[in-house]
Every structure is written in structure tokens, then in C-alpha cells.
Design a binder for this molecule. Structure first.
Ligand code: ATP
Ligand code: MG
Length: 399
């Protein structure tokens, strides 16, 4: 059966009351953004607590479903058969034709679920349920009604049109991006930070990102990899403004002046400081990292405390309690894994000490940082002045 319309369901928790329209408008905007990359023309409109997307001209069903599965806030994607209101006898036949075509082997248990969005429709819902059930049983004798645990629930919704559907393809859940402010993601080329960005984006937060690049120690391919990762995340979150910060001079300076077992932790503190400065300038309300307790020396409880100490903004770490495998599972689901494991070095691996401190003491780290006093402010300013901004989106042309 040719479906060209999708009824899109969203969870109603938290969207009651006067903010509901903000939620719905953001959702419609994100649906349009996501569908803009699919072949075909689409109309997206709201109607009485429902959102419909209809496709005009040629389109690819699987592609449209895939694009809709990238829209946070959607919990169900239902391909619907749309029929005009009017002839009730014809409607019964349409319901039967729908069932025959969708479930051709005829061997199923079912129940009918009629809903009237418009109570002026002349036939009450219980009557519709009986009439459609009877018509299906007559036409498909191998089917059976089971009102308690049916294999198929065929829903018939009466609105400005009549919508018939029985399949609910799961959406990603979450809240539509743009309903919860913006945060700055520290995006490296690894597995964890794209997952962290995805998870915060899923709660409706718009994502801005920063990558600390250290040429020539990190290559152009490493930078391109981060752009590619931002692009994968942006398929869910919408366009991401990515800041590429040239961090080489600061890294070399730390390398020259500070004890080598403290390099990573001091470097992480400067990354957080600079990220926060850009976050403040760009209206972000928090920072996001891919840290997870105990994963590496710089992510022990002591290291996290010392890193966190330089930030005034809240730092969101959605992977904090996850095992590596759980993070990998999400990265596979969102399609970032294959890109993340490409072997281009990131700046941390080059300046990493053989035996980094695992329990840094704040006083000692602060003392080491005093060795940087002469030039560090100027260097930070240079980083900010040479910030290369790239607006990354799935609509970008391939290089
Ligand atoms: P990831 O898989 O996200 O790279 P990781 O396990 O390699 O994480 P670290 O290198 O210790 O862990 O980095 C911890 C977090 O710090 C990262 O998740 C990321 O948010 C941030 N980070 C690290 N390196 C960079 C970088 N070069 N640019 C931007 N953010 C970075
Ligand atoms: Mg990393």
C-alpha cells in the first residue's frame, strides 16, 4: 500500500499548558529540517495534538522513516492511510482493504480502536469499533478478535480526514531541540564526546561545539574527523557551530614548564577554561564532556574534581556512569562509532605522559600553573582571536 502520510506521535509529558505550542513548534521545525535532506517535497502540519507529515511526488519510504527517527521528541511514526470523511460504507471497505493489504496471510488477532477527534461525526466510537470489526471478520475469516492482547490494533481516527493505521515505528524520544537552551560540547575525535552531545541534545538542548586542534602534531585528517563527527551528531541536533581552537602553543608551553605527569590534567583545565569563555560569548548555559568515572587517569574522581574546579558553569557529563561498552552501543546506534575509531591521533595522545598522576592534588596543580603566568593569558587570547568557526550541518556539501 502506498503511504504518503505519517502521523507523528510525541509524548505529552511536560508539554501540557501554555508551553505546549513552543514544544510543538520546535518539533515541527526539527521535522522539516530533517526531512529537507530526504528526496521529495514534504508538508508538515499540526492538527489537534497531532503532527502530520505528507509527501508529495516521489519519495523513499525507508529514507523518510530514517529521517524522522532522527527527530528528538517523536515517540511514534505511523504510516497512515488517509480517506475523506463522508461515505461510511466506503470507510468500512477501506478499513477491510487496508487490513487485507497490510496483513495478506489473514492469520491474526486484532481489535479496532476508533477515535473521534471531532465529536460531530455521526457514528459514535463504540459503534465504529463493532462495525469495522464485523466487516474485517466477514472479509477475512481466518482473523479473530482479541480485545485484551491483540496482535494488531487498527486505529481509525476521525479528524478533518479519516486516518487508518496499525503500525507504530518507534521514534527516538526525548525533547525537541531548541526547547532547552544551548550548551558547549567539548568534541574530540573519540567515541565518548559525540555520544555525550547526542544525549544532551536529546533533552532538547541546542549544541555548540569546540575542538582543540594541535597542528602539526594533529593532522588535518584528525580535524576533518571531528567535523565529520559533528555532522553525524547534527543529523539529530540540527546545525552545530563548531569552533576549532589552535591549541599547539599552549600545549608546548605546558610541556616546557610543567611536570610531565601533570600534563594531561593541566591541559584539560585549559581546555575547560577556554571552552567556558567561548560558551559565555555564545550564550551557552553549560559545558558538555564525554567523561566517565575511572575510564582513564584524567577521569578518576580526583582528576574530575581538579578539572571541574576551573569552571563556573555547570558541566554536563552524560556518560559519567556508563561502562565503555554502553557508550560504544550508543555510538553504534547513532552511527558515530565507525568514524570515531579511525586511527587519527588526537592532541591528548601525543603529549601524554608515561605515568600520569591519577590522584592529582589541587594545590600542586595550581602551583605548577604559576609557571605559566608569564605568557598564558596572551596565549589564551590568541586562541580566542584565531578561533575558526565552521557551521556544520547535514546539509553541508561534501568536501
Ligand atoms: P573521547 O572518546 O570523547 O575522546 P576520551 O576517552 O578520549 O574521550 P579524554 O581524552 O580524557 O577522553 O577526554 C575527555 C573529554 O574531554 C572528552 O570526552 C571531550 O569532551 C574532552 N576533550 C578531550 N580532548 C579534546 C579535544 N582535543 N578537543 C575538545 N574536547 C576534548
Ligand atoms: Mg579523546
Amino acid at each position: 500500500m502506498e503511504y504518503n502520510t505519517f502521523l507523528l506521535k510525541y509524548a505529552e509529558i511536560g508539554v501540557k499548558g501554555k508551553n505546549r505550542y513552543l514544544f510543538e513548534d520546535a518539533l515541527v521545525r526539527q521535522i522539516r529540517y530533517s526531512l529537507a535532506r530526504a528526496k521529495g517535497e514534504f508538508k508538515v502540519h499540526k492538527s489537534q495534538g497531532r503532527i502530520f507529515a505528507s509527501c508529495e511526488g516521489e519519495f523513499d519510504f525507508d529514507e523518510v522513516v530514517d529521517k524522522l527517527q532522527h527527530v528528538f521528541g517523536l515517540v511514534g511514526i505511523c504510516p497512515v492511510l488517509v480517506r475523506p470523511r463522508g461515505d461510511y460504507e466506503q470507510l468500512k471497505q477501506d478499513v477491510v482493504a487496508y487490513m487485507k493489504e497490510e496483513y495478506p496471510d489473514g492469520n491474526f488477532t486484532f481489535k479496532c480502536f476508533a477515535r473521534r477527534g471531532d465529536k460531530n461525526y455521526p457514528v459514535p466510537s463504540p459503534q465504529m469499533n463493532m462495525d469495522f470489526g464485523e466487516a474485517i471478520l466477514d472479509a477475512i475469516p481466518t482473523s479473530r478478535v482479541d480485545v485484551h492482547d491483540p496482535q494488531i490494533t487498527v486505529t481509525v481516527e476521525v479528524r478533518e480526514n479519516i486516518y487508518i493505521y496499525s503500525r507504530i515505528i518507534p521514534g527516538p524520544g526525548g525533547m525537541p531541540v531548541g526547547t532547552a537552551g544551548k550548551a558547549m560540547l567539548l568534541l574530540s575525535g573519540g567515541i565518548d564526546s559525540p555520544v555525550a552531545g547526542y544525549m544532551i541534545g536529546k533533552r532538547g538542548v541546542k549544541i555548540e561545539a569546540v575542538y582543540f586542534h594541535a597542528p602539526p602534531y594533529t593532522s588535518d585528517r584528525a580535524k576533518q574527523k571531528v567535523i565529520d563527527l559533528a555532522k553525524i551528531v547534527s543529523a539529530y541536533t540540527g546545525p552545530i557551530n563548531l569552533h576549532i581552537i589552535n591549541f599547539t602553543d599552549i600545549q608546548l608551553y605546558i610541556y616546557e614548564k610543567c611536570p610531565h605527569d601533570q600534563l594531561t590534567i593541566i591541559m584539560r583545565r585549559y581546555m575547560m577554561r577556554i571552552a567556558e569563555m567561548i560558551a559565555n560569548k555564545t550564550g551557552c548555559l553549560g559545558l558538555i564532556t564525554g567523561e566517565s568515572i575511572g575510564q582513564v587517569a584524567s577521569q578518576t574522581m580526583q582528576s574530575l574534581a581538579v578539572t571541574n574546579e576551573v569552571c563556573e558553569m555547570p558541566v554536563f557529563r552524560p556518560c559519567i556512569g556508563m561502562d565503555k561498552q554502553e557508550i560504544v552501543d550508543i555510538s553504534e546506534k547513532i552511527d558515530s562509532y565507525e568514524t570515531s575509531i579511525l586511527p587519527y591521533e588526537d592532541c591528548c595522545t601525543i603529549f601524554v605522559a608515561k605515568h600520569p598522576v591519577t590522584k592529582p592534588v589541587l594545590k600542586a596543580i595550581r602551583l605548577s600553573e604559576t609557571h605559566l603566568e608569564e605568557k598564558i593569558d596572551e596565549m589564551i587570547q590568541t586562541c580566542l582571536d584565531t578561533d575558526e568557526e565552521i557551521l556544520v550541518s547535514t546539509h553541508m556539501k561534501e568536501e
